[in-house]
Design a protein around this ligand. Structure first.
Ligand code: ATP
Ligand code: MG
Length: 260
C-alpha cells in the first residue's frame, strides 16, 4: 500500500512515505520528516521512520518497499534496496517538475549537478572532496558572523556590493572573515562575498556539464534564497525550487521503491 524513501545525509535525514500506485504517475505524499542525522546514522534512520509512521498514523508493518539513499544508505538494515543520490534526486525532481533537464543539489557535505534526458540521469558532476561549496561551509561562516542562515536572502537582496573571499578552503575562509570583521568590513558585504564564493564553484561545475533548462535545485541549500538568487544571476536562468527541496532525494527514493 505504501512505499518509503529515506535519505541519510551528512547533516539531515529525511523520510518520505508515499501511497504506492505501482509506478502509475505520481503517488501522494502521506507523510515526511526532516531530522538531524547526528552522530549515529543508523539510529537517525530508525527514529525518522518511526516518527514518519507516528505522524501519519500508519503502522510500521503497513509500509512496503523501502529504498535508502544518501551517504549513510548502506547503514540502514531495514531498507530493501539502496540507490545512489544521483538517481534519487533526479527521480524526485522530475516528480515535481517533469521537464527538468538539470538538477543542482547542494547539501551539507557535497554538491552535484545532474543532467537529465527524458527524465533520466545521463551525466553528473560531484564535489565531495572539499567542504567549500557546500551547506556546511555556509553554516560555519554563519556561526562565525553570528547571523542566521535564514537571513542570508534578505541580506543578499538588500546589500550592494561584496568583498571577495579569496580562500578556497573552509578553515582558511573562516580565518579570513574573522579578520575582515576585525578590519570593520560590513558583515552584509562579507555574506554576499560568501554567497558568490559558493556560487562560483557551482557555476563552474554547471558550465563543465553544460547547462540545459529547465533547472531545478534540491537539497537544504535551496532554502537559502540568497544562494538561489546569486545562482540565477550568474547562470542567467530561472531556477525551479520544490516546496520542500530538502526531501527531494527521499521522495525520489520512495518513487523508485514502487519499482521493487
Ligand atoms: N532553512 C534553511 N535556510 C538556509 N539554509 C538551510 C536551511 N535549512 C538547511 N539549510 C542548509 O542546508 C544544508 C543541509 O542540506 P541537506 O539537508 O540537503 O544536506 P544533507 O543531505 O544532509 O548533506 P549531503 O547530501 O551533503 O550528505 C545545511 O548545511 C544548510 O546550509
Ligand atoms: Mg543530501
Amino acid at each position: 500500500m505504501y512505499t518509503c524513501g529515506i535519505d541519510i545525509g551528512s547533516v539531515s535525514t529525511e523520510v518520505v512515505i508515499l501511497e504506492n500506485n505501482n509506478g502509475e504517475g505520481n503517488g501522494k505524499i502521506v507523510s515526511y520528516i526532516i531530522s538531524p542525522t547526528g552522530a549515529n546514522s543508523k539510529t537517525a534512520a530508525e527514529n525518522a521512520l518511526q516518527e514518519a509512521c507516528n505522524s501519519s498514523g500508519l503502522a510500521r508493518e503497513s509500509i512496503g518497499p523501502i529504498v535508502a539513499t544518501g551517504y549513510g544508505r548502506i547503514n540502514v538494515p531495514f531498507a530493501d534496496k539502496n540507490i545512489t543520490e544521483i538517481s534519487c534526486h533526479a527521480r524526485g525532481a522530475i516528480s515535481i517538475f517533469p521537464d527538468t533537464r538539470t538538477v543542482i543539489d547542494i547539501g551539507g557535505q557535497d554538491s552535484k549537478v545532474i543532467k537529465l534526458e527524458d527524465g533520466n540521469p545521463v551525466d553528473f558532476l560531484m564535489n565531495d572532496k572539499c567542504a567549500a561549496g557546500t551547506g556546511r561551509f555556509l553554516e560555519v561562516m554563519a556561526r562565525a558572523l553570528e547571523i542566521d542562515l535564514e537571513s542570508f536572502a534578505d541580506i543578499f537582496l538588500s546589500t550592494d556590493g561584496h568583498v571577495d573571499i579569496s580562500s578556497t578552503c573552509t578553515v582558511f575562509a573562516e580565518s579570513e572573515i574573522v579578520s575582515l570583521i576585525g578590519q570593520g568590513v560590513e558583515k552584509n558585504r562579507i555574506i554576499r562575498g560568501l554567497i558568490y564564493s559558493i556560487v562560483s564553484k557551482m557555476t563552474s561545475m554547471v558550465e563543465r556539464i553544460g547547462l540545459e533548462e529547465p533547472v531545478c535545485m534540491t537539497g537544504g541549500v535551496a532554502k537559502n534564497l540568497g544562494v538561489v538568487h546569486a545562482l540565477e544571476e550568474k547562470l542567467k536562468v530561472k531556477i525551479k525550487i520544490p516546496d520542500e527541496p530538502q526531501i527531494t532525494g527521499a521522495l525520489g527514493a520512495a518513487y523508485l521503491a514502487q519499482k521493487i
